[in-house]
Write a protein that binds this ligand. Structure first.
Ligand code: CA
Length: 226
C-alpha cells in the first residue's frame, strides 16, 4: 500500500508525548507541525490546512473539544483525539464534536501509525464523479463530500459522511456494527468499540432526520429508504 505524505498537526501540551508522536509520524513520512496549546493549534490548522489533526483532549487554555469544534467549523478534517483515560464520556463527547477516532494514553507507536494511516486512507478515497447518493431525506455528493437535507446544506464530519456513504452504496443491505467499523473506521478488531458506530448514527440522525438510517435490531444498520 502506498500512501502519499500527509500534513499532520499535533496539538499536545506534554512535550514528551508531543515529541514522541511527531517523531513517529515523521518516521512514517508525514510532515508534522506541533502546537502546545489549544489556541495555537487552531491557528496552526488555519495556516497549514492539515490532512489530519492529532488532538490531545486536556489542554491549557481551550480544551480539545473546543479546538475540535473550531477546526471543524472552518474546514472539515479528520481528527484523532488523545484521551488521558478510558472514560466513555470523553469519547462520546469527542465523537460528537467531530473527532473521528480516539486513542487512550498510554498508546503504542504502532497503534498510532495504524490509526493515522486508516484515517488518511478513508479521507483519500475518491468516488466516481457525478453519482449522488440518497438516504431518506438526505442527498450526498461523494465528489464534494457534502450533504443536504431537502436542499439545505448540512455539515457532516468526514466520518459521518463516510458512514452514510457506506450505507448508501448498498441500498437495503444490513451492515453489522463490526462490518461498519471495519469498512468506515478501518479497524480490524472491533472489540468493545461498536458503541462508536451508535454514537455516529445518533449524530447523523440529529442532523439529517431519523429516516436516514434504519436500526435492524440484533443485526446492525441499513440505509433509510430513498
Ligand atoms: Ca494534556
Amino acid at each position: 500500500m502506498t500512501q502519499s505524505p500527509a500534513t499532520v498537526v499535533v496539538v499536545e501540551d506534554e512535550p514528551v508525548i508531543a515529541e514522541a508522536v511527531a517523531a513517529r509520524l515523521r518516521a512514517d513520512g508525514h510532515r508534522v507541525e506541533v502546537a502546545a496549546d489549544g489556541l495555537e493549534g487552531v491557528e496552526l490548522c488555519r495556516r497549514t490546512r492539515p490532512d489530519l489533526v492529532v488532538l490531545d483532549l486536556m489542554l491549557p487554555g481551550i480544551d480539545g473539544y473546543e479546538v475540535c469544534r473550531r477546526v471543524q467549523a472552518e474546514r472539515p478534517v479528520p481528527v484523532l483525539m488523545l484521551t488521558a483515560r478510558d472514560d466513555e464520556t470523553d469519547v462520546v463527547v469527542g465523537l460528537r464534536v467531530g473527532a473521528d477516532d480516539y486513542l487512550t494514553k498510554p498508546f503504542g507507536a504502532r497503534e498510532l501509525s495504524a490509526r493515522v494511516a486508516a484515517l488518511l486512507r478513508r479521507a483519500a478515497r475518491t468516488p466516481e464523479a457525478g453519482a449522488r447518493l440518497r438516504l431518506g431525506e438526505a442527498e450526498l455528493d461523494p465528489v464534494t463530500r457534502t450533504a443536504n437535507r431537502g436542499g439545505s446544506p448540512v455539515h457532516l464530519t468526514p466520518t459521518e459522511f463516510d458512514l452514510l456513504a457506506r450505507l448508501a452504496e448498498r441500498p437495503g443491505a444490513v451492515l453489522s456494527r463490526e462490518q461498519l467499523l471495519a469498512d468506515v473506521w478501518g479497524w480490524r478488531d472491533a472489540g468493545s468499540t461498536t458503541r462508536t458506530v451508535d454514537t455516529h448514527v445518533a449524530a447523523v440522525r440529529r442532523k439529517l432526520g431519523d429516516g436516514v438510517v434504519r436500526t435492524v435490531h440484533g443485526v446492525g444498520y441499513a440505509g433509510g429508504a430513498a
